[in-house]
Design a protein around this ligand. Structure first.
Ligand code: ZN
Length: 316
C-alpha cells in the first residue's frame, strides 16, 4: 500500500450554514450547509475511500480491518476528525468535555479542537474564553443571561489559528470559514444559542449543567500558542500546534518539496491551488477541496505545484 487514501465525505446542513463550500467543488443540497466532514470515521458522518484497492470502504471499517495502514495504533477508534465549516451565522456558544467526562457521560471521546481561519469577513468575531473567575460566578452569569459580560469576543482574520482545548468556552462567528482539526467526537454542550428558532419554530436544546461542570475556570486560561514557520526553496512549512491529541501544520508549496514521514500517519486537506502528489514515482493530481490520508506505509512523498494545505497527525 504505497498510495494516498483519497476520501468522499459527508456534508451536514445546519441552521447557521451557508453556500461557501461550493467553492471547494462539493455538490451542496441547499444554501444551509454548515460542515463538510472531510476526514471522518465518526458514525454521524463517515468518509468513504475514493481510490485504490480499498475504494468504496468506509474509513471506520478500513481502520478496524487494516490497522497496519495506521501504524498498528492501539487507539480503538480513528482518533481525529477534519472538517471545513461555513459559518454564515453564529454557531451556538458551546463547550466540549475532556476524555474522562466524555467517556463517563457520553460513551465517546472528549473534544479538543483547533481552527485555521480560511476566510473572515470584515468585523468577524469568535467567542474564545470567558470572564468568570469561579464556578459560582459562572453559574450566576449564565442564569442572569449576562452574555455581554461573560463571553470574551475576539476579532479574527484569514490565516490565524486558534487552539481550543476541551473546557474552553467558544463559538465561531458569522462570516467565517474554518478548517477544523478535532478529536473524533460529536459531543457539544450548548451554553447559549442566541434564542434562535429553527424553521419549525423550535429552540435548540441547551446543556447548562454539563457546561458548568466542564468549563475551564478561570475562563481566560487559554493556550499561549506560537506558530513557527520553516522556509525551504519550494515550501513554507508552519507548525500551528503540537498538542496532547494532534499536531497540525500548514504547508504552502510554490515549486516542490520532498517530505519524509515523521508521524504515525498524516491527514492532508488542500485549501487552495493545484498540483501533484508523487509517491514512489507515481503521481496523482491534487487540488482545492481534496482531502487524503498518507498511511503509515508511505515513507516519502513529494508535493509540487502552487498549493495551500493543512496537515495533521494523531500523537498516537
Ligand atoms: Zn466546538
Amino acid at each position: 500500500m504505497n498510495q494516498a487514501l483519497f476520501l468522499n465525505s459527508v456534508l451536514q446542513e445546519k441552521i447557521w450554514g451557508g453556500d461557501h463550500l461550493k467553492a471547494y467543488g462539493y455538490d451542496l443540497p441547499s444554501d444551509k450547509v454548515g460542515e463538510y466532514w472531510a476526514i471522518s470515521a465518526h458514525p454521524h458522518g463517515v468518509s468513504t475511500i475514493a481510490n485504490g484497492e480499498f475504494k468504496g470502504m468506509t474509513l471506520d471499517k478500513l481502520y478496524a480491518e487494516h490497522r497496519e495502514l495506521f501504524g498498528d495504533s492501539e487507539e480503538t477508534v480513528f482518533p481525529l476528525l477534519t472538517k471545513i465549516l461555513d459559518a454564515n451565522d453564529w454557531l451556538s456558544v458551546q463547550v466540549h468535555p475532556d476524555n474522562a467526562y466524555g467517556a463517563k457521560h457520553e460513551g465517546e471521546l472528549g473534544k479538543t479542537e483547533c481552527w485555521y481561519i480560511i476566510s473572515a469577513e470584515p468585523g468577524a468575531e469568535i467567542v474564545y474564553g470567558h470572564t468568570a473567575k469561579s464556578r459560582q460566578e459562572l453559574a450566576q452569569m449564565i442564569e442572569d443571561g449576562n452574555w455581554d459580560d461573560l463571553l470574551t469576543k475576539v476579532p479574527v482574520k484569514a490565516g490565524q489559528f486558534y487552539h481550543v482545548p476541551s473546557g474552553t468556552m467558544h463559538a465561531v462567528g458569522a462570516g467565517i470559514v474554518i478548517l477544523e482539526t478535532q478529536q473524533s467526537s460529536d459531543t457539544t454542550y450548548r451554553v447559549y444559542d442566541f434564542d434562535r428558532r429553527d424553521k419549525e419554530g423550535n429552540l435548540r436544546e441547551l446543556h447548562i449543567q454539563q457546561s458548568i461542570d466542564v468549563l475551564t475556570i478561570p475562563g481566560d486560561k487559554l493556550p499561549d500558542n506560537k506558530v513557527v514557520t520553516e522556509k525551504f526553496e519550494g515550501a513554507d512549512l508552519s507548525t500551528l500546534v503540537k498538542s496532547e491529541f494532534f499536531d497540525v501544520f500548514k504547508w504552502v508549496i510554490n515549486g516542490s518539496h520532498d517530505f519524509t514521514k515523521n508521524a504515525i500517519y498524516t491527514l492532508v486537506s488542500v485549501l487552495e491551488g493545484e498540483g501533484e502528489l508523487e509517491i514512489e514515482g507515481q503521481s496523482v493530481k491534487i487540488k482545492k477541496g481534496n482531502h487524503f490520508i498518507l498511511p503509515s506505509t508511505v515513507e516519502n512523498w513529494r508535493i509540487s505545484g502552487h498549493l495551500e494545505m493543512i496537515a495533521s497527525n494523531p500523537t498516537k
